[in-house]
Design a protein. Structure first.
Ligand code: GAL
Ligand code: ZN
Length: 638
């Protein structure tokens, strides 16, 4: 069974509405409901005075309706009494100014006072509902670090110093790692170290990366602390909703994944991006990577528009179903919405919901019903695994290190490069696993390593070993340049990959905005070039002046390509790794025995496949016809 779920902020509604909602949820086929995500101030209106009457009632109603609980611990936002009594829990920005309550998540991840109060609430909730028959899943806090990921308060400074002592042992090791011989930054003792607060010039980049690592760990630690309390009272699964998305980059989820009993992601179409549909697929694949290939949950998405982008576009007819099924194609076993009923008040009152302000005689409501019916037809897909031919290596640390203050080009942004690489693979119709640096790559036909700027020796060796054993790797510019201390690997770029690639890059030569260079095949390149010298590689594409732009190198039984500029990567990949003929507008993913065919265009397409189509219930011989904008799912029969 594939699940259909939603957030239910019942606190905003009266008991009459609750009753109506239970009936409507049954009609919609909702079977998993997230409650108590922001419940704290309702449950504990005054310190230590708990009132579970309303929550008990909702739990009973949902249970009575046969709906399972995705139960929030309630700690996502502190109640007003807590921040009034203990203003020291409030987060502080890099410029030293405090962020006040009035929005949400106004708490410092390293605050022992916040932690203590939050765990006290978790204890109450876990003890009360820990073995409730309707309880399916624990939902720790909410989107940890959505707003409060980086806190620069004195408490965080102390915690940062503790973290650094753990990491480096003595202050000389820290001096070495941070290169403090530069700009008179040498520390004599850990207590001199500060978080990278706003400064007059570029800050120490190694310090910035360590602060990111520390901050990610601090929130993971908060998750662990809540989970530990829950486990004392409950054997049910525990998770939190991750934000694998284009605008959040502060958590290194590779180091979080093992702590979550099931991987859950929140994803909203981002209309600020050039290709929101490609980013959706990318995020789904990365989420599956975090789940180690196992099925995962889409914990939040929107039935219509969101309210937090500059222009919050309504969904086109059919888009909701299509997007949801792409998540399913790429490994999701649950599709959940934020939120059930559109709020009449509060900062999210113009965020869409399953039940819109206009009620249920609406296209939006009918689209959710259609999705619900479709998910039921796709029940046999549950638990199956996506089959990917190629891998893309993704790194939060390289994201942090690349997008730092003083870099060769301000237009060089890690995620842009990753999206471009992923987009090229998608254009070629290659299903991609997104993997952590250092992963075993041996099962893939090809591996793409975009902009892996910060890489350890071990992580670099994983790519070299793969190629040596017969693999094909394509590595793009700015990769391999620094070690995990953000120290440049001397002797020429791309440092850690120099031998594998058989090139030495003597110099970066970024381009001005709008500037283009012509390549030897007539193609255009932008953003970035390099002054490359070949050692063992050969030139595959040259710059106008004859210097190498794209190279290939035999290494062991395999081949490694280097792409030193921003160009038509799909063209390079086609040559480097080969690719099936594909049609634009068609997205095909195989999950278990099921072939998902998505038509992003407006005209019918035929995709060759044999078997049984689950949505129309028809037998497929030769090819399945997919109408414009639609998705078909064919169970292959050999
Ligand atoms: C998420 C959050 C939800 C809601 C939603 C709106 O960031 O977890 O509480 O705010 O976005 O899109
Ligand atoms: Zn703090």
């Amino acid at each position: 069974m594939l699940r259909l779920g939603c957030d239910y902020n019942y606190e905003q509604w009266s008991p009459e509405v609750w009753a109506e909602d239970m009936a409507l949820m049954r009609r919609a086929g909702v079977d998993l409901v997230a409650i108590n995500v922001f419940g704290w101030a309702e449950l504990e209106a005054r310190p230590g005075e708990y009132d579970f009457t309303a929550l008990d009632h909702i739990v009973d109603l949902l249970h009575g309706a046969g709906i399972k609980l995705n139960l929030g611990t309630g700690t996502a936002s502190a109640p007003p009494w807590l921040t009034r009594r203990h203003p020291e829990v409030l987060p502080v920005a890099a410029d030293g100014t405090t962020r006040f309550p009035g929005g949400r998540q106004a708490w410092c991840p390293s605050s022992p006072v916040f932690r203590e109060h939050a765990l006290r609430l978790v204890e109450q909730v876990a003890r009360r509902y820990g073995d409730h028959p309707a309880l399916d899943l624990w939902h720790v806090s909410n989107e940890l670090g959505c707003h409060n990921a980086l806190c620069y308060c004195d408490g965080s400074a102390a915690a940062f110093r503790g973290w650094l002592e753990q990491r480096y042992g003595d202050v000389e090791a820290l001096n070495k790692a941070w290169g403090t011989a530069f700009w008179s930054q040498r520390y004599a003792a850990f207590d001199e170290v500060q978080p990278p607060r706003l400064a007059l010039s570029a800050r120490n980049p190694a310090q910035l990366v360590d602060f990111q690592r520390f901050s990610s760990d601090a929130l993971l630690d908060h998750y662990r602390a809540e989970a530990e309390v829950i486990r004392r009272h409950s054997t049910r699964k525990i998770t939190t909703n991750l934000m694998v998305t284009a605008h959040i980059r502060n958590q290194n989820y590779w180091s979080w994944a093992a702590d979550l009993d099931v991987i859950a992601n929140d994803h909203y179409r981002d209309h600020r991006l050039a290709d929101p549909a490609a980013e959706l697929s990318f995020a789904a694949d990365l989420t599956r990577g975090l789940a180690g290939g196992r099925p995962w949950m889409l914990m939040e998405t929107a039935a219509g528009a969101v309210n937090w982008q500059p222009y919050n576009l309504a969904r086109e007819p059919g888009e909701l179903l299509r997007d949801a099924l792409i998540h399913v194609a790429r490994g999701a076993d649950a599709i959940c919405f934020f939120q059930w009923r559109a709020s009449a008040q509060g900062a999210e009152k113009f965020h869409s919901a399953i039940v819109p302000h206009a009620g249920v005689d609406t296209a939006a409501w009918r689209e959710v019903l259609e999705l619900s019916a479709t998910l039921r037809k796709l029940a046999p897909v549950e638990g199956t695994r996506v089959e990917a031919e190629v891998a893309l290596v993704f790194s939060w640390e390289s994201w942090w290190a690349t997008d730092t203050e003083a870099r060769p080009s301000q237009d060089l942004r890690y995620l842009d490069q990753v999206h471009a690489a992923y987009g090229a693979l998608r254009e070629l119709g290659l299903t991609t696993d997104i993997v952590a640096p250092g992963s075993d790559l041996s099962r893939y036909r090809a591996v793409l390593v975009p902009c892996l700027h910060m890489v350890s020796d071990r992580e670099a060796a994983a790519v070299a070993d793969y190629v040596e054993g017969g693999g094909r790797a394509v590595i793009t510019f700015y990769s391999g340049v620094v070690d995990p201390d953000d120290r440049v690997r001397l002797g020429g770029y791309p440092g850690a990959f120099r031998e594998l690639l058989g090139v030495v890059s003597e110099e970066f030569a970024p381009l001005r905005p709008g500037q283009e260079v012509v390549l030897s095949d007539g193609g255009r390149a932008t953003l970035w070039t390099e002054r490359l010298r070949l050692t063992t590689a050969r030139t595959e594409l040259a710059y106008e002046d004859g210097r190498p732009a794209v190279t290939s190198n035999r290494f062991g039984a395999g081949q490694a390509w280097y792409v030193s500029t921003a160009l038509d990567l799909a063209g390079v990949l086609r040559r480097a790794v080969g690719a099936p003929a594909t049609r634009p507008d068609t997205e095909v993913v195989r999950r278990g025995d099921f072939v998902f065919v998505v038509n992003h265009g407006t005209k019918d397409i035929d995709h060759p496949v044999e078997g049984h189509e689950l949505i129309t219930g028809q037998a497929v011989t030769g090819a399945v016809t997919v109408p414009g904008g639609a998705v078909r799912v064919v169970r292959e029969e050999a």
